[in-house]
Unconditional design. Structure first.
Length: 255
């Protein structure tokens, strides 16, 4: 991996990012463009996706995408093909707000929504993206998981189950699509300084104070750090990496 995005590891490649409008997804979009890729910024929030694409210039286009809807997922892939003529990578970063509950008091609709966005969404995006990636000679699929797909935490049964499923979906797809020269991996961050944390903490300083000590490095991550790991997995530098779950969790799961 490199600290120099200007090396253009992704030059000429087309990457579709689902859940691109903010946080980790937006950081990945910026990193991909910095490394030479053209990207489709797909997000349920079409306005935020368009704002990001406008910031990134001619290398990016935006589209509205509900990853839980097959027609919407297919449309995002079709937009990539129509505008860029190919697809070399897919990043599934879409995630629903997590509900704090045990299995006893978690509402069924909340369970279904979290599973649908994180796991079924990855399935649907892959269903339509993989044939286009294969037609271009192969590429890379990256699912944004979580350390909580490896280890459990309190009152997060839907989130933990969805992320664990996402990690194993990547492994199963890696087996199926190796003959298509498609590498499939998951990337599992620890706590990251995104607005998701501001639902629990008043600011990032408080989030870092509360969550940082649980990580061996003593702090939470910046979105750009996760984006750098994603860019590695999307690039040829990871040409012999498939079926893996890359932990970018500051050592959280080691404890």
């Amino acid at each position: 991996m490199t600290d120099n995005p200007a090396m253009n590891r992704l030059k000429g490649r087309v990457i579709l990012i689902a859940g691109a409008a903010s946080g980790i997804g937006a950081a990945i979009a910026r990193r991909c463009v910095a490394e030479g890729a053209r990207i489709v910024c797909a997000d349920y929030d079409s306005g935020a996706a368009q704002t990001l694409a406008d910031q990134l210039g001619s290398s990016a286009i935006a589209c509205q995408c509900d990853v839980t809807d097959a027609a919407s997922a297919k449309s995002a892939v079709d937009i990539a093909e129509r505008n860029f003529g190919r697809l070399d990578g897919l990043v599934h970063n879409a995630a629903a707000p997590s509900t704090s509950a045990t299995v006893v008091n978690l509402d069924e609709s909340a369970w279904r929504h979290e599973i649908d966005v994180s796991l079924t969404g990855a399935f649907l995006m892959s269903k339509f993206a993989v044939p286009l990636i294969a037609a271009g000679g192969g590429g890379s699929v990256v699912f944004i998981g979580s350390q909580f797909g490896r280890v459990a935490t309190t009152r997060a049964v839907a989130y933990c189950a969805a992320k664990a499923g996402l990690i194993h979906l990547a492994k199963a797809m890696a087996v199926d699509h190796a003959p298509d020269k498609i590498r499939v991996n998951s990337l599992s961050p620890g706590a990251v300084a995104t607005t998701r944390l501001l639902r629990r903490f008043p600011d990032f300083e408080a989030a870092n104070a509360g969550l940082g000590p649980a990580h061996l490095l003593g702090r939470i991550a910046e979105p750009d750090e996760i984006a750098a790991a994603a860019a590695f997995l999307l690039s040829s530098d990871a040409s012999f990496v498939t079926g893996s779950d890359m932990l970018a969790d500051g050592g959280y799961a080691t404890r």
